[in-house]
Design a binder for this molecule. Structure first.
Ligand code: ZN
Length: 107
């Protein structure tokens, strides 16, 4: 496979965040993004694993992050627009965008 659908591919990175490969996992394409995800994805020997980070009630959507969550909201938006072609409007983005920068960085 030489190209991946922009919105449905996963980047496989090492523990230091260096991108090693791109992958397409059929069932992984069903997870939507949130900057306050309730699950995380990982890869073990090429198999996609999804792990809950907090309790997920029946009927709740399982949400993963498509970007680095430590980034400020503007940089998350830029990365999501570039990598996935959308602008996140999750509750965390709305809160972070409305917060003065000094509160975000603890000043
Ligand atoms: Zn967001």
């Amino acid at each position: 496979m030489t190209s991946l659908p922009k919105a449905n591919g996963f980047f496989v990175s090492d523990i230091e965040g260096r991108r090693l490969a791109s992958a397409y996992y059929g069932q992984g394409r069903f997870f939507n993004h949130s900057c306050d995800p309730n699950a995380i994805v990982g890869f073990i020997r090429g198999v996609l694993h999804v792990r809950a980070m907090r309790a997920i009630r029946p009927g709740d959507e399982v949400l993963i992050s498509y970007t680095e969550l430590y980034r400020p909201v503007r940089l998350r938006h830029d990365a999501l627009d570039e990598k996935k072609g959308f602008r996140c409007g999750c509750p965390k983005c709305l809160t972070d965008a409305a917060a003065p920068l000094k509160e975000i960085i603890g000043g």
